[in-house]
Structure formats: structure tokens, C-alpha cells
Design a protein around this ligand. Structure first.
Ligand code: PAF
Length: 281
């Protein structure tokens, strides 16, 4: 596996592959990798002969009171995992390579509407930071395919919309969430959980599944189901941010006749903000 830190080195290698007619699949990450990320790389390897991953803790997607400074940076361990997974090229730029001027002076990419709901309601600048860095990374890597985890379903929907609206020549592929045996979705932020919180954490998944079963059985009082689920999470020890039933494709509130639904949840447990989602139908 080759590791590069500059856009020029990255482009030289990707251009060589493209000249040889080889497609490139790309996995953007913020590092601190777990099995979920490695699964994304494995999926990317099945989709294209060449694979690139990036590790960049993107300051633009963190709010002023969020964990940017504390976010774990584990480049050596991450590199070893990516090499074992058979990745071809790791792009690990520094902040000034991606943002050569202060963040507030950089052009931003913002998708309308979708970023204002769910996580965006409590993290108002987060998704502009994500779409800005992902569009920059797409311009740097020029991948044919880009792979994202479904754990952050809202991010996946927003990136698909951005790629469609801006005619980006890249196919966006979503990969189902990898879970622990007790159902907890793998996340870099699970490392913030104490042993006691780790024991409580799967309640988020269990509550999503229980609500999905009731929707499948025909219950349609969405507001009552959401309120009940939030109360259950609170009594288990979470501080729920949201628990909402929405349409999977456009994240809008469903009508009674909508057959395809998805349930989205975010909740604080200690200093970890956990997110998850689960399909209905
Ligand atoms: O999902 C993430 O890890 C990040 O939001 C991403 C897509 C790598 C952009 O920084």
C-alpha cells in the first residue's frame, strides 16, 4: 500500500491507473478505523480494480463545542489495518493541504433542505462541512465509485443529492451498517463509552427494532411511537437528541400511506453521541 500526503502525489498515481484503463473506488474516512471501515474497503475492492481511502479529520464538519481536538488520530494503526485489507493507496493530507486558507475564507458546498433535519437540527453547520470536504476529496481523487456506510444514512442521502445536483461523475454506493453481536452499530465514538455505558448502548438498536416491528404490525401514530421510544431511551440512561420516523429517500415526514419508512435516532450516552437507523418494510 502506498501512502501519500499531497494532492500532487495522489493525482499522479490515480492518473497512471486511469491511463491504464483501471477504475478507482474511494472510501473517505476520518480515521480511527474499526471493522465497519474495513468492510467499506472490502466492498470497494469488489467494485473496482483500484482502491483509495482517505484519512482526514475534517475541521469544517465539527461545531465549535464538538470533539474536533479530542477526535482520536491513530494513523499508524489505521495504516496497518488498511494494508491488511488490501487497499492500494492511502491519502492522508494535513489540514493546510485541504484548506490552504482559513476555513471561513474557503468556498463551501451546501445542499439545501436535507441538512436541516435529524442530525442537522442540532448540528447546523455539520453537513456543509461534510459536503464541502467530500466534494473536494472527489475532485482530488476523481473516483469512479465512492463508498459510504449506511450508519450515517442522512449523510449518504445528502451526498447522493450533491453528486446528482452537481453532475459529479461518481457512483455513490451505500453499505449496510456493521454491528456488534448485541446490535450496537460500530462507530469511532463507541470508544468514548465507559463499561457501564457500553452495556446500555445496544438499547438504541433494540428500541429502533421494537418500533420497526410495531410499524410493520400496522401502528401509524408516528408521534406516539416516537415519544414512547424517546422515553424508553431516557429511562435507560440516554439523553435522546431525536427519534424520528421518516421517508428513507428524501428524509421527509411520512404520510399514512407511505409503505417505505426508516427510523432514525441520535442519543447521548455519557460523552458519546450515538446515531443509528433501521428500515421498516
Ligand atoms: O463519515 C465520515 O467519516 C465523514 O463524515 C466523511 C465522509 C469522511 C467526511 O469527512
Amino acid at each position: 500500500m502506498q501512502t501519500v500526503h499531497t494532492i500532487a502525489e495522489l493525482r499522479a498515481q490515480v492518473m497512471a491507473w486511469k491511463r491504464a484503463g483501471e477504475q478507482v473506488a474511494f472510501v473517505p474516512t476520518m480515521g480511527n478505523l474499526h471493522r465497519g471501515h474495513i468492510h467499506l474497503v472490502e466492498c470497494a475492492r469488489e467494485l473496482a480494480p483500484r482502491t483509495v481511502a482517505s484519512i482526514f479529520v475534517n475541521p469544517m464538519q465539527f461545531g465549535p463545542s464538538e470533539d474536533f481536538a479530542a477526535y482520536p488520530r491513530t494513523l499508524d494503526a489505521d495504516s496497518r489495518q488498511l494494508e491488511t485489507a488490501g487497499l492500494d493507496l492511502l491519502f492522508a493530507p494535513g489540514v493546510t493541504e485541504v484548506y490552504p486558507r482559513p476555513l471561513e475564507q474557503m468556498t463551501q458546498v451546501t445542499v439545501p433542505e436535507l441538512p436541516t433535519v435529524l442530525c442537522g437540527a442540532s448540528r447546523p453547520t455539520h453537513f456543509s462541512g461534510v459536503t464541502t470536504v467530500v466534494s473536494k476529496l472527489f475532485n482530488m481523487v476523481q473516483p469512479d465509485i465512492a463508498v459510504f456506510g449506511e450508519k450515517d444514512w442522512q449523510q449518504l442521502v445528502i451526498i447522493r443529492r450533491m453528486a446528482t445536483d452537481l453532475d459529479m461523475p461518481v457512483a455513490i454506493v451505500g453499505v449496510p451498517t456493521v454491528r456488534e453481536p448485541d446490535g450496537l452499530a460500530l462507530s469511532s465514538r463507541n470508544g468514548y463509552l465507559s463499561a457501564e455505558e457500553r452495556a446500555i448502548a445496544p438499547t438504541l438498536y433494540a428500541t429502533l427494532r421494537a418500533t420497526a416491528e410495531r410499524l410493520r404490525a400496522g401502528e401509524r401514530d408516528f408521534a406516539a411511537l416516537e415519544a414512547e421510544a424517546k422515553a424508553q431511551l431516557a429511562s435507560a440512561g440516554f439523553r435522546p437528541d431525536y427519534f424520528e420516523i421518516r421517508r428513507p429517500a428524501d428524509l421527509q415526514r411520512p404520510n399514512l400511506e407511505d409503505a417505505e419508512l426508516r427510523i432514525f435516532a441520535a442519543a447521548w450516552l455519557g460523552r458519546a453521541r450515538l446515531i443509528d437507523n433501521w428500515p421498516v418494510g
